[in-house]
Ligand binder design. Sequence first.
Ligand code: CUA
Length: 322
Amino acid sequence: PSAFARFATGSPLLCCGCAGHQSALDAAGSEADATSFLFWILVGAGALIWLAVVGLLVYAIGDRRRMWSEDAAGKLILWGGPVFSSTVLFGLLTYTFWLMPGLRPSIDSALRIEITGTQFWWRVVYHKSPGPPAISANEVRLPVGERVEFVLRSDDVIHSFWIPSLGGKMDMIPGRTNTLPLLANRAGTYGGACTEFCGTSHALMAFSAVAMMPDDFERWLATQSSPAATAPAPGQDLFMRHGCGSCHRIDGTEARGLVGPDLSHLGGRETVGAGILPNTEETIARFITEPEVLKPGTRMPSFAMLPPEEIRAIARYLKGLR
Ligand code: CUA
């Protein structure tokens, strides 16, 4: 953690919400470092100005006997009003502009991660030549120490992509492509969220961002661009027979649907349902049984009419896809 975060978390009364896996003040990336530093500069400058104004106010209230000459009062208003305010604001504005190239560096990244927001989940595609693109969903993985270019789009309404611990947020706008460079400088799992109201389950549109050591990331990415190695499972037959493959894709099978999240390596993800449940056989089975309860407004229909043992078999098969 940064010195600021250590200070902030060491003083619970001062700032109890600064640490954690989803905090812009507990920076784990260079863009987040710059914004959290700017935040503390603004807090410091704001505190000094507030103290000066309150000090003058107390002085003016407490010292009624000393009448200020009109000349002195006029000078105070002139220098304390327009001159002081413009100097401070100009200084802070200059500093903010000076930071901006660091927040939006032009990059020629070897790794591009294309993320498409859709009600209420994330399509994630990794592009790194010479390998084929790797398709995934609802989880973002990136190597530590390498600036990655996020390419952000939307399929339906405006969403917004934010991993507070790694950097600033960026809107995902239908018909537009936005890019956001981010560099993680500490390995770990960080929380990400949709930060633009996009419908009933906006608050349930989250994801994990996992920053990995570069070698681990390369190994992981290689597994993602090929089918999961699994033994034939009864759940696979059921998945295909009940038509799940018309909405979901599983690499290496006849399931090629693109309406819902790609499930090719679902078993290796941290969460189910775009960040809302831990990833276990039970939660997968629950999502198949009552998607509308867990995520109101989802396009996934309920499969509660299937016998429970069939749902369990499908969940076991999906959890085994790593
Ligand atoms: Cu997507 Cu809010």
